[in-house]
Design a protein around this ligand. Structure first.
Ligand code: ZN
Length: 171
């Protein structure tokens, strides 16, 4: 069977040398039903050979809800990044946000379950949530490459949520 995904840019050599490791298992990755249609009725991702993928194959009917759409509905992010409020963020907020949005859009085309959920302005900073830990790591990586600052990453209580905090003192 041929994979019909034509997003060749996802495997371009420039994207291979990554600092972070990619996917790990989590409980949102197993579909609750597998008989009948194998596509997500929300986003069209297709469950094939144990993975969720984007495909241009239109044969699949949407009867499932993919883990990413479930996380979005249930407000259950797999990754959370806090950008701590400060002088630098205040001065560069738009730049930072558009960088994260661009990076997320790119990652979403490569990985069906990796989505940006939200970027929320809050009193203590900006909260960014994702449906996948892989996406979160990529966002953190892009942020630090472009804007430096200090990043800490941690899993909370084995609950599977990857939490990151970033700050850069004003300068
Ligand atoms: Zn979906």
């Amino acid at each position: 069977m041929k994979m019909t995904d034509s997003r060749d840019h996802c495997v371009s050599p420039m994207r291979r040398d990554r600092i972070f490791q990619s996917h790990t298992d989590d409980s949102y990755r197993t579909p609750t039903r597998v008989q009948g249609g194998k596509a997500c009725r929300e986003c069209g991702a297709v469950y094939e050979k144990g993975r969720w993928i984007w495909t241009t194959n239109a044969e699949q009917t949407g009867q499932l809800v993919c883990p990413a759409c479930r996380r979005i509905h249930e407000h259950a992010p797999a990754g959370e990044l806090w950008l701590e409020a400060g002088g630098y963020l205040l001065a560069h907020r738009d730049e930072v946000v558009s960088l994260l949005q661009r990076e997320a859009a790119y990652e979403e085309t490569c990985y069906a379950l990796e989505r940006l959920m939200s970027i929320e302005e809050q009193a203590k900073g900006v909260r960014v949530t994702t449906t996948g830990r892989h996406m979160l790591r990529r966002l953190c990586e892009a942020l630090v490459l472009a804007h430096h600052g200090q990043l800490s990453l941690k899993y909370r209580d084995g609950g599977g949520i990857l939490r990151a905090r970033w700050k850069r003192p004003g300068d």
